[in-house]
Design a protein around this ligand. Structure first.
Ligand code: SAH
Ligand code: SF4
Length: 339
């Protein structure tokens, strides 16, 4: 059976044309689903009764089922969802007052096995469909009873290893007749999948790119991000990013988790600045978040500050990130969909 969240705009048009309905039905239905978050055809009051019935019979609206919701003392909310095959994923809603960001998953688990990441420790199960990616966001907006301003693909999984479904979902989020979320409010985070970066530079929607770098050289990166760095070592990654930047003119953000004694020495700050020379990076320094599989520790606060000061002296813009949602295991690298 067909599923509404798997339809793009053109497919809705096609369907209604096949059913001899006027074109504007597409806009009506998309508005119900994506703007008003009405997921029951019988409540779509500007459609005829017979059309509502026809739709109920022919097209499901499958949404993830909320199993658990946890609220952090800083306002961050974590959602645990169950999908139709019983797989589970998590999403996070970050509250900055009236400004809200949804952190969305793209895969069940992750194949990359970065040693500091709880999702990596789960291994990979499967890609999420376009509808499952959208469903997390729509359900969060529905439960939140208000629009969410930003979306970051920084939940479970490597977005660029599920790129077709991810881009299809972004086209729907961005479409003015659907969710109408601006490209500047959408960010994709990658561990450094080069073909994905290349495809993003051809993508018609100028979303933002964030790269999980975490190391200033191949030796360290191979230790903590073994899979991705074996396939796309740093020089290849940097070359791809330079091409991406030249093509799109986009500023790239880098994530750098500060790990005690591993990547947090002053010499690493110098190496990092040299590595990113000519890229005009913006670096987020993230004090490593704890998760169970760690024998790694977060850098000492003093060392993080010193690292930041060194970057600044080298004219590298950066920010030391505040930890959010860690009391409910909703911070970066803590998502593992445990029940
Ligand atoms: N797979 C993509 C998208 C997930 S984003 C990626 O890796 O970019 C999750 C972010 O949290 C990434 O930047 C990741 O590197 C970071 N992260 C993972 N484990 C972490 C930890 N223990 N502490 C801080 N950040 C972590
Ligand atoms: Fe996968 Fe990203 Fe975690 Fe690495 S950091 S294991 S790529 S989710």
């Amino acid at each position: 059976m067909n599923d509404a969240l798997e339809f793009n705009y053109e497919q809705w048009l096609e369907l209604f044309s096949k059913w001899n309905e006027p074109k504007f039905r597409t806009d009506q239905v998309c508005q119900w689903i994506y703007t008003r978050k009405i997921f029951n055809y019988h409540d779509m009051s500007n459609l005829s009764k017979s059309l509502r019935e026809k739709m109920s019979i022919n097209i499901l609206i499958t949404l993830p089922i909320l199993i658990k919701q946890s609220k952090s003392k800083d306002g961050t909310i974590k959602f645990l969802w169950q999908l139709k095959d019983n797989c589970k994923v998590e999403s996070v809603l970050l509250n900055h007052g009236s400004y809200k960001t949804a952190c969305i998953s793209t895969q069940v688990g992750c194949a990359m096995g970065c040693v500091f990441c709880a999702t990596g420790a789960m291994g990979f199960t499967r890609n999420l469909t376009q509808g499952e990616i959208l469903g997390q966001f729509l359900m969060m907006e529905k439960l939140n009873k208000a629009d969410i301003n930003n979306i970051v693909f920084m939940g479970m999984g490597e977005p660029f290893l599920n790129q077709d479904n991810l881009f299809a979902a972004i086209r729907i989020l961005n479409n003015p007749k659907m969710r109408n979320l601006g490209a500047r409010h959408i960010t994709i985070s990658t561990s450094g999948i080069v073909p994905g970066i290349e495809k993003l530079s051809e993508f018609e929607i100028p979303v933002r790119l964030s790269v999980s770098l975490h190391a200033p050289n191949d030796e360290i990166r191979s230790k903590i991000m073994p899979t991705v760095n074996k396939n796309y070592p740093l020089q290849k990654l940097i070359d791809a990013l330079k091409i991406y930047k030249a093509k799109t003119g986009e500023r790239i953000t880098f994530e750098y988790a500060m790990i005690d004694g591993v990547n947090d020495k002053i010499e690493h700050a110098y190496e990092l600045a040299a590595l990113l020379d000519g890229i005009q990076p913006y670096i987020n320094l993230i004090p490593l978040n704890n998760n169970n599989n760690l024998n790694l520790r977060r850098s000492k606060e003093l060392n993080i500050k010193e690292f930041g000061r060194t970057l600044k002296s080298l004219n590298i813009e950066h920010e030391i990130r505040k930890e959010r949602g860690s009391d409910i295991e909703a911070a970066c690298g803590q998502l593992a969909a445990k029940k």
